[in-house]
Design a protein around this ligand. Structure first.
Ligand code: BES
Ligand code: MN
Ligand code: ZN
Length: 508
């Protein structure tokens, strides 16, 4: 989809459709809606007067102008009550409006935004609208050979700006939001792709797309290199599979040479059968999504480079399948991790923490400013927080606070769970330094406590995305299935951090 900004007053816009907004508790139409209403002899006010349109959140009415205006249709979009208005309402509303436009078979439509005093600014509103449209229209059609052709597609989105200055501001915001939204769609594609076409080796191939910018360097380690390093936790998980494990390293150098990088680590389990501790068959097909954290990491690096964020960033993705096989690792095995610490395997289905253990140890090499990992790690986290919420656990208050802020800004909800020292008791082993499960109680937490043993003293946050990574029902701008959760969250976090750093050094 192409996103454009055009200097044009709403009543003079010529085209198939234009979207304008209305608040539920506004006494009269305002902004662009009011302008269109005046020029058309009151076609919008009529809808509201007759009670057909109240302006409740994400309500969409299609109004035909029948020659009263150069535009053929007005899509009137409800934004709810002024006091309750936020960017999430805008994303949801514009997703709905975009789907209506597509349903009508429109190849393009225009959008008018009217920032009100005290409400989010024009840039933020533009970003939210682009996200709502692009994320709401996302579909995964790669394997629908019959349906694919003949699908209605919105190809162009035009923002109307009232003057040149506004146009400049909107253009920058729209371009950034387009990069972010494309990254989300890229990650959704990777996650939706079945494991027979998304092996660890395929992930490396897709990671090359993230490394197109000259500022990103891709290194992919194979089994022999990992063997040399001593990454036996990761290699053990891979033993049951014929597919070789890969360790993906993406380095983006957008900052100064000496700047400590942020390291983001994503679980890249391209298929999790549970291994010898085999999972029950129900919903096992969804375990192709066990590389959602890894997909998010690739997407974040790609977008960070395209945005030209002024910071250094490293993405690490340990990628493997977890299968039962003649050489598979087994319960009772003791593994020697890259850190030197030994791990007793209780369940081969607690494989995510094993591959992350070696990745987190490897992260230490970069002397990171902070480490953030994303993983579909535990069913326990889904039980604790539900399908919509990321479980956050970590050691650094500032990092956690900044992620909380990014969560509010993006609508990607997260909630903190504690990782008090007491929990470490639960993963003590009789034969090794620790065991890889701590029983059912507090399962999301004991998994995080396990990970913490491999982080060293670096500021660290673990995000358990087992709930929101794969959705059983669609959300306003997320289809059923792969959500690419974490991509917008981390990009918001990194953009905010980059902006804060700029302020401190004074070079804006
Ligand atoms: N990938 C799963 C976790 C998961 C479950 C993700 C459901 C998404 C939806 C992970 O590897 C796993 O199997 N975890 C086990 C850990 C247990 C054996 C301690 C779990 O949650 O049951
Ligand atoms: Mn598992
Ligand atoms: Zn898993």
């Amino acid at each position: 989809m192409k996103v454009e900004v055009k200097k044009c007053s709403p009543p003079s816009f010529r085209g198939e459709a234009v979207v304008v907004c209305h608040f539920e508790d506004a006494k009269k139409l305002a902004g662009a809606a009011l302008e269109l209403d005046r020029q058309s002899g009151g076609i919008l006010a009529d809808l509201i007067r007759r009670g057909d349109f109240t302006g409740k959140p994400a309500q969409v009415a299609v109004v035909y102008t029948r020659g009263a205006l150069p535009v053929h249709r007005i899509l009137l979009l409800g934004l709810g009550k002024k006091k309750e208005f936020d960017l999430e309402k805008l994303r949801r509303g514009f997703s709905k409006a975009a789907r209506s436009a597509r349903e009508l078979g429109l190849a393009e439509f225009a959008i008018c935004l009217d920032p009100a005093p005290g409400s989010p600014g024009l840039e933020d509103m533009t970003e939210a609208a682009v996200e709502g449209v692009m994320l709401g229209l996302y579909r995964f059609t790669q394997f629908k050979t019959a349906e694919r052709n003949g699908l209605k597609e919105v190809r162009r989105l035009v923002f109307l700006a009232s003057d040149g200055r506004e146009a400049t501001r909107m253009k920058a915001a729209a371009a950034a939001a387009e990069i972010v939204s494309k990254a989300v769609c890229y990650a959704r594609d990777l996650v939706s792709t079945p494991s027979n076409e998304m092996t660890p080796t395929d992930m490396v191939r897709r990671a090359r797309e993230a490394a197109v910018s000259g500022k990103v360097r891709l290194t992919a380690l194979g089994p022999r290199e990992m063997e040399k390093l001593g990454m036996h936790a990761l290699l053990s998980v891979a033993r049951g599979s014929m597919e070789p494990a890969r360790f993906i390293i993406l380095e983006y150098a957008g900052g100064s040479r000496g700047d400590k990088p942020y390291v983001i680590v994503g679980k890249g389990l391209t298929f999790d059968s549970g291994g010898i501790s085999l999972k029950p068959p129900e919903k096992m097909e969804e375990m192709k999504a066990d590389m959602s954290g890894g997909a998010a990491v690739l997407a974040v690096i790609k977008a960070a480079a395209e945005l030209g964020l002024p910071l250094n960033l490293v993405g690490l993705v340990p990628a493997t399948e977890n299968l039962p096989g003649g050489r598979a690792y087994k319960p009772g095995d003791v593994l020697r991790s890259l850190s030197g610490q030994t791990i007793e395997v209780i369940s081969t289905d607690a494989e995510g923490r094993l591959i992350l253990a070696d990745a987190l140890t490897y992260a230490g090499r970069f002397k990171p400013r902070a480490v953030i990992d994303l993983a579909t790690l535990t069913g326990a986290c889904v039980i604790a927080l539900g399908e919509d919420v990321i479980g956050m656990m970590g050691t650094d208050e500032e990092l956690k606070n900044d992620l909380r802020r990014a969560a509010v800004e993006t609508g990607e909800k997260l909630w903190e769970l504690p990782i008090w020292d007491d929990y470490a008791e639960l993963i003590k082993s009789d034969v090794a330094d620790m065991k890889n499960t701590g029983g059912r109680a507090g399962g999301a937490i004991t998994a995080a406590v396990f990970l913490g043993k491999f982080v060293g003293g670096i500021p660290w946050v673990h995000l358990d995305i087992a709930g929101p990574a794969w959705l059983s029902k669609e959300r306003p701008y997320i289809p059923r299935g792969a959500s690419a959760v974490g991509v917008r969250l981390l990009l918001r976090f990194l953009r905010d951090r980059a902006a804060a750093a700029k302020k401190v050094t004074g070079n804006s």
